[in-house]
Design a protein around this ligand. Structure first.
Ligand code: HEC
Ligand code: HEC
Length: 362
């Protein structure tokens, strides 16, 4: 645990409850109508104003409890039918409840992994160059469908990735998120935790535990981020700015830097600038961000934006300067040709008269 415990747990990530309390002070109350708090205190969207993607974990069609009861029977009766995949009434995989984490060395590793996931920039500070945490993009501690949930990821690797043109193990995949989403290049060590680090051991133990009962070899509903179809109008920065002002400013602020509380804990994460994900991150692609935003933002109102608005606002946030692509060795133009050609990104392109992609530093 060298990597993760060096800095202890000096700061704690805000729970959904604290975030809401804090947010109310600045007018987020408006949004609170869409929120409910489930038993663990994480945000759940049972009262969401949108008609889709309503998550009701408590009303699982084949609940965790029923599955565990079935397994008990099966362990005694070898002829019994194997337990099915725990799937909620909404059709999405139901990860085990936190209360099922055992008080064993295995359970301790799960909890360490969970803490890294929730408080990445403070627990693994030597390898994180921004103020983000894994949970900022993989919501509900990596549980939420359509935000690349960890139960969807765990059962999908090793896999071939076009980005690296090689087979990626789950560890390789996490290294990718440290390198780009967590901007490791700007951390004190300048690199992601080295392969084999306890950081990955703990994170993967957390993911393994969360995936209990999920089948391998098939894409589960709600895994990954959804794709948003291209629109006839394409995307546009002026429209995106307006969508941003109307739907995002309250939490992420006009300057895109989000908000911190009095203890300097990040309440709403930054969307661009030196403390956000870098140009090489999946989220820096307009199509990927549009899918994430459509399904997850504004927080508490999943699937409330039109496809057009999701594309426009994704373009807007990704038109701003952010840390340089960690792969860039030569010029921005060379990196654009090598890594960004043909993708939906402003990298190396002209935005209001300026070529973006050069990067910003703290
Ligand atoms: C800025 C947002 C962001 C942050 C922060 C982030 N990720 Fe990701 N993550 C993504 C995106 C976007 C993808 C997938 C899209 C892609 O590959 O282009 C992804 C994919 C993944 C996957 C593969 C998911 C799948 O279904 O294949 C894993 C595993 C993962 N991230 C783990 C982590 C971990 C662990 C952390 C923290 C150390 C983290 N991520 C931080 C945005 C983020
Ligand atoms: C009610 C507050 C709120 C509103 C409104 C909101 N967000 Fe967020 N957003 C959050 C929070 C909180 C997170 C981190 C999620 C977590 O940690 O659970 C987040 C995460 C994100 C992320 C990924 C993390 C990062 O920093 O890049 C993006 C991108 C994002 N929001 C974009 C948007 C866009 C675009 C809008 C408007 C359409 C929007 N958000 C509206 C609260 C909000």
């Amino acid at each position: 645990m060298k990597d993760t415990q060096k800095n202890g747990r000096s700061k704690s990530t805000m729970s959904g409850g604290r975030r809401l309390a804090w947010g109310a002070g600045i007018g987020v109350l408006l949004f609170a109508i869409g929120y409910g708090l489930n038993s663990k205190g994480w945000l759940s969207f049972s009262l969401s104003s949108s008609d889709q993607a309503t998550t009701q974990i408590g009303t699982a069609a084949y609940s965790r409890e029923a599955m565990e009861a079935d397994r008990k029977v099966q362990s005694k009766d070898k002829k019994a039918v194997a337990a099915g995949v725990p799937v909620g009434a909404d059709g999405y995989f139901v990860p085990p409840p936190e209360s099922s984490i055992p008080d064993t060395p295995y359970g301790e590793a799960i909890r360490r992994g969970q803490t890294i996931f929730m408080e990445t920039s403070t627990t693994v500070s030597d390898h994180v160059g921004n103020t983000l945490a894994c949970v900022n993009c993989h919501l509900d501690g990596g549980r939420r469908e359509h935000s690349a949930p960890m139960w969807g990821a765990y059962v999908s690797y090793p896999a071939y990735r076009a980005k690296t043109k090689a087979i990626s193990t789950l560890e390789d995949r996490i290294i990718g998120c440290f390198t780009f989403s967590m901007n490791a290049q700007a951390s004190s060590s300048g690199i992601a935790p080295p392969a084999g680090s306890d950081v990955y051991r703990d994170l993967m133990t957390y993911m393994y535990w969360m995936s209990d009962g999920a089948p391998t070899g098939q894409k589960l509903p709600g895994a990954g981020f959804p794709k948003v179809k291209k629109t006839e109008l394409g995307y546009d920065l002026a429209r995106g700015k307006e969508v941003y002002a109307n739907n995002c400013v309250l939490c992420h602020a006009v300057d895109g830097q989000g908000q911190k509380d009095a203890e300097s804990d990040v309440v709403f994460p930054p969307l661009w600038g030196a403390n956000s994900y870098n140009w090489g991150a999946g989220m820096a692609r307009i199509d990927t961000a549009a899918g994430f935003i459509k399904a997850n933002m504004p927080l508490g109102k999943p699937f409330s934006l039109s496809d057009q608005d999701a594309w426009d606002v994704a373009a807007y946030i990704n038109s701003h300067e952010r840390p340089k692509d960690a792969r860039q060795k030569g010029t921005v133009e060379e990196a654009r040709v090598e890594f960004h050609d043909g993708e939906e990104s402003y990298y190396g392109k002209d935005v209001n008269g300026v070529i973006v992609g050069g990067g910003v530093e703290k």
